[in-house]
Structures are given as structure tokens and as C-alpha cells.
Design a protein around this ligand. Structure first.
Ligand code: PMP
Length: 397
């Protein structure tokens, strides 16, 4: 009966996690999945989250269904973080925001909404992008194309080609953009480049969909949201999906948000209603526990401040690992340029290793990174960095 069902080869990144778990090499290092581990190779529970959890646990309270759109405090947390607490667009009530099941849930609800209300739209993603962007949009019935982005030869953005490509797109085509910490390359646009790109988006009446999963890991909370706020200032309609998985270290709680910036309050109300309907027919309402943690941490002044400090602590540790790896590799592999390690932003680094070199790292050294050469820098620490640098030097010989 089910023999005609296609075999699923598994997700390339999640599959690596399983392979890593089954590897008996005592020196193994996980640089595959986009998860932040601390200096002791432990997945941290943030202090601000611990406090929130204590408040939720005492007294233990009932667990009613949440509304389709999630908790008001969760939704407000998304809005304040993305657009700025006092943003005019929020005061004008032009943003429809729902809490979602992680950033992935936000992308899915957004893609279903776009397919329903902009059925002609195609979606364009950066080449390369996080693989699930393509799966999610295609899964919603949207045709997905790629726009030029990463230049392997120079390790920078092919900006002229990118602009020329956007100039060929049609009204209402969706362009999926990474406001900061591009996944998988770590290579971001400068603010001047964002200004230029968004002008083309405006002229050609494209629909920008910004997916931000690493706010706070690039420069800082506000600079990382530059592209979002610029688009709002320009009066563009805008979709924003955000994830709290990384910056609250709440991966398994599945917390994120979807915000749609509309030209008027009246349109925002309509969109809000349709977002709720979209949720209703997929999963009805989001889970409450993670939503309550987000609400407590983000809306309590002291906890929010503590949270920002903790995110910057993670950011700074990653930056320190980048510097260290660069300096060790420079001495071990003279003549090769490793500047990319410190110019790229966020958790990921595109190392430029060939698939064969990546495979050797795995089989000979138990070091796991994605076959496209993406390394999760947040998996490095003082104990494994020399081992990784030596192994990289070895396969680069
Ligand atoms: N967008 C990007 C760019 C991501 O890297 C990720 C997580 N890997 C997501 C969205 C999804 O986030 P979440 O885990 O919260 O669903």
C-alpha cells in the first residue's frame, strides 16, 4: 500500500547530528548544526530564562489553550525587538504579529499566507541559503528560484549581480532576505548595500520577506535589525520571521514570531485575521510554555537587560573563537588567507573546504561540518580549537 511512498533520505544537517551522536571517536567535535554551545561544550540555559522558569513553576498553573496568535506579551516582545520599542509603525498599529512555532513556523505560516493571497508570486532565496527555506516555500506550493549572493572566489557578496537580478523580477515576487548573520555563509550586506538593494525592491514592487534567526549575534540588537527598520522607514510592505531559538537558547521550546508590516492599520487587521486563520488550520494555537518564558524575559526590564548581556556574551565568545582559529591556521597553513573567519558574522563560517576535505575531517578526525563547508563556530571551545585547527591544516595540505 505504501510502497509508492518515496524514501526520505533525511535532512542533511539534522542527519549529521545523528551521525555525530553515533561516532565513538573521543575527540569528536560537532560543528554541524546551528546551535550555540558554551566554553564547556554545554548547551546553556540562560540565567534570565532560569528566573523566568522559576516564576512559571511556582505556583504551577493551569495550561489553557493560547489564542491562535499566541500570548500578547510574546507578540509584543517580537515587535519591540524587531522594530524598536517606540517605533512609529507600532504606534500606528500597522504591524500584524503572531507568535509562532519557532522561526520555521513563522516561515511556514508566512508562505501559506503568501500562497493564498499572492498566488502568482514566486519566491527568490539567496544562493546559497538555509536549505529549509526552499523546502518550506515549495511545501506551501510556491515556486522557488535563487538570486546570486555568495562569490566563492572572493568570499564576498556578488552585489552587482544581485542588483541586476532583482531588476529582472516582477511585481509581488517575494525576496527572502537575511537581515544579519547570513546562513550559511556568515557574509552580510553592508548598510549602504541594504539601502541600495531596498530601493530596487521598492522600485520593482517586490515583497521583502526578512528571516532573522540570529539577532544579537552579529553586531548588536539594533544594528542587526538595520535592514528591517530601513524597509519600514521606506514605507515598504514587509514580512519578518524571527526565531528565539538561538538568542534565548530555547531551541526545543519552538518560539518565534511572524510580523507583517502593512500600509494601514485597517490592512494590518485584515492580515492579522488571515494569519490567525492560517494557524487555525495548521496547528490551531502555539504551545504555551516557551511563550510564557519569552513574555517574562523580554517584558521585565531587569531580565531583558540581563538577557541582552547574555546574548552579547555568546556573541563575544564566538568572535574570540574566530580570532583564535584564524591565528592558529595562519601559522599552520602559511600563504592561505583566513581573513574570512573574522569578517563573517554570526554562528557560521563558510570555510571554502571542498566536500572531500569536509568528508576527511569527519572520517579521519570526527569533526562534523556541513558538506557545503559551513562550520558552526559556536561549537569551538578552548579544548577543541587546536585539534580542529590541526585537522583543518592537515586536510588543506
Ligand atoms: N531561519 C534561519 C536562517 C535559520 O538558521 C533557522 C534555524 N536554523 C531558522 C530560520 C529556524 O529557526 P527555528 O529553529 O526557530 O525554527
Amino acid at each position: 500500500m505504501f510502497e509508492r511512498v518515496d524514501f526520505y533520505a533525511g535532512d542533511p544537517i539534522l542527519g549529521l547530528m545523528v551521525e555525530y551522536a553515533n561516532d565513538s571517536n573521543p575527540n569528536k567535535v560537532n560543528l554541524g548544526v546551528g546551535v550555540y554551545y558554551d566554553e564547556n561544550n554545554v548547551l546553556p540555559v540562560l540565567e534570565c530564562v532560569k528566573t523566568a522558569e522559576q516564576r512559571i513553576a511556582d505556583p504551577i498553573s493551569a495550561r489553557p489553550y493560547l489564542p491562535m496568535e499566541g500570548l500578547p506579551g510574546h507578540r509584543k516582545a517580537c515587535q519591540d525587538l524587531l522594530f524598536g520599542k517606540d517605533a512609529q509603525v507600532l504606534q500606528d498599529k500597522r504591524v500584524a504579529t503572531i507568535a509562532t512555532i519557532g522561526g520555521s513556523g513563522a516561515l511556514k505560516v508566512g508562505a501559506d499566507f503568501i500562497n493564498a493571497w499572492f498566488p502568482q508570486a514566486k519566491c527568490y532565496v539567496s544562493d546559497p541559503t538555509w536549505g529549509n527555506h526552499i523546502s518550506i516555500f515549495e511545501g506551501s506550493g510556491i515556486e522557488v528560484g535563487k538570486y546570486p549572493y555568495y562569490d566563492k572566489a572572493t568570499g564576498t557578496v556578488k552585489f552587482d549581480e544581485l542588483i541586476a537580478f532583482f531588476n529582472t523580477l516582477n511585481k509581488d515576487d517575494v525576496v527572502l532576505l537575511h537581515p544579519c548573520c547570513h546562513n550559511p555563509t556568515g557574509v552580510d550586506l553592508t548598510q549602504a548595500q541594504w539601502d541600495e538593494l531596498l530601493q530596487v525592491v521598492q522600485q520593482r514592487e517586490l515583497i521583502p520577506f526578512m528571516d532573522i534567526a540570529y539577532q544579537g549575534f552579529g553586531e548588536d540588537m539594533d544594528s542587526d535589525a538595520y535592514a528591517i527598520r530601513k524597509a519600514v522607514d521606506m514605507g515598504l510592505p514587509l514580512f519578518v520571521s524571527n526565531s528565539f531559538s538561538k538568542n534565548l537558547s530555547l531551541y526545543g521550546e519552538r518560539v518565534g514570531g511572524l510580523s507583517v508590516v502593512c500600509p494601514t492599520e485597517e490592512e494590518a487587521e485584515r492580515v492579522f485575521g488571515q494569519l490567525k486563520f492560517t494557524v487555525r488550520r495548521i496547528y490551531s494555537s502555539p504551545p504555551s510554555h516557551g511563550g510564557r518564558v519569552v513574555d517574562i524575559v523580554m517584558n521585565d526590564e531587569a531580565l531583558h537587560k540581563q538577557w541582552v548581556g547574555e546574548v552579547y556574551g555568546m556573541r563575544d565568545r564566538i568572535k574570540a573563537m574566530r580570532l583564535k582559529l584564524k591565528s592558529v591556521l595562519e601559522t599552520k597553513v602559511p600563504g592561505r588567507n583566513f581573513d574570512y573567519l573574522t569578517t563573517q558574522n554570526g554562528m557560521f563560517s563558510f570555510t571554502g573546504l571542498t566536500p572531500e576535505q569536509v568528508e576527511r575531517l569527519k572520517t579521519e578526525f570526527g569533526i562534523y561540518m556541513v558538506s557545503n563547508s559551513r562550520m558552526c563556530v559556536a561549537g569551538l571551545n578552548g579544548n577543541n580549537i587546536d585539534y580542529v585547527a590541526n585537522a583543518m591544516a592537515e586536510v588543506l595540505k
